[in-house]
Design a protein around this ligand. Structure first.
Ligand SMILES: C[S@@+](CC[C@H](N)C(=O)[O-])C[C@H]1O[C@@H](n2cnc3c(N)ncnc32)[C@H](O)[C@@H]1O
Length: 294
């Protein structure tokens, strides 16, 4: 808000390439460099003192917010695919960032049925306990995994258990490495500062990914997907997790479906996407994760 009324800062921002003039980028870059929540006057002083460094971060990094919470919206479909195939999943995520959404089998879930209407956080009162489905990853100790809370409405086919994942891989123009402190600090800076619960979730998910980092290929989905799918272990069908399409601007539609091009995967791959419904569209099944899950 302060920047919007600050002609001098806007003048400086206008010197960056068009695709870098994003509010989240400048705020995340400042936070990455240590800016704290403060009145705009102090934030402006911080920008003045660190402008060259802020510019360098903005020009060298991009918005790569990695939200493990999105796994809650994907889980019902992933479980259906696994059940229909009678075997574990091979996952490929398009636009994977650090790959945190590649671990749906390592997170816990809390699905709260809010009835037939639109999912509404206010409907999730203590009385909703009876309508809550909890799923816990196999063999994990409480407190060692994030619990992804998700409101549902309508006939969402909640699984009785978390599907197993036999293989996971991602593609990103610039994969982030959960073992690299600078990449992790950037992921943390991309979380809005008041959303402490997301930071906590990010840290738990990062710790899980760090135990056994996923295979992440650097490159464009349009060029890499077929080859990567060909590397999935044989006799497993890849159920891809493209991220919300608006976050993968270069992604041509439809996504290439790998197994049509041969390779060891039997049958067609199944693209699975998180997409926003157009306003006014009616949904047979609706899931909405806790605030900030996207
Ligand atoms: C906002 S992040 C989302 C990360 C993750 N999918 C999630 O939902 O938490 C979008 C990611 O897509 C990647 N991306 C954008 N266009 C791409 C392309 N054509 N090929 C591969 N990755 C792409 C970006 O580098 C970025 O890391």
């Amino acid at each position: 808000m302060g920047i919007a009324g600050d002609a001098e800062v806007i003048r400086r921002i206008d010197q960056w390439p068009h695709n870098k003039r994003q509010p989240l980028l400048i705020v995340a870059a400042a936070r990455f460099l240590g800016a704290q929540i403060s009145p705009y006057r102090d934030f402006r002083r911080f920008l003045d003192h660190h402008w060259d460094a802020v510019s360098e971060i903005v020009l060298s990094r991009s918005t790569q917010t990695n939200e493990a919470g999105r796994c809650a919206t994907l889980l019902p479909s992933l479980a259906q695919i696994s059940a229909a195939e009678g075997r574990p999943l091979a996952l490929i995520e398009v636009g994977a960032s650090a790959g945190l959404a590649l671990f749906p089998d390592r997170y816990g879930y809390e699905f709260v049925d809010t009835g037939a209407g639109a999912p509404d956080e206010s409907a999730a009162d203590p009385a909703a306990e009876a309508r809550t489905t909890r799923l816990v990853p196999d063999g994990a100790q409480p407190g060692t995994f994030p619990v992804l809370r998700c409101l549902t409405a309508g006939p969402v086919p909640l699984p009785a258990e978390i599907p197993r994942v036999a293989w996971r891989a991602g593609i990103d123009l610039n994969p982030l490495d959960v073992r690299d402190p600078a990449d992790v600090a950037w992921l943390e800076a991309l979380v809005w500062p008041e959303q402490e619960f997301r930071l906590e979730r990010l840290r738990q998910a990062t710790a899980i990914a760090r135990e056994r980092p996923p295979l992440l290929e650097a490159g464009d989905v349009n060029e890499q997907l077929v080859e990567l799918a060909g590397r999935a272990p044989g006799r497993r069908r890849p159920g891809g997790i493209p991220q919300r399409r608006h976050g993968v601007p270069g992604c041509r539609r439809p996504l290439p479906v790998p197994a049509h091009h041969g390779g060891p995967c039997r049958g067609a791959g199944l693209p699975l996407a998180l997409e926003r419904r157009p306003h006014g569209g009616s949904a047979g099944r609706r899931v909405q994760c806790g605030p900030g899950n996207g």
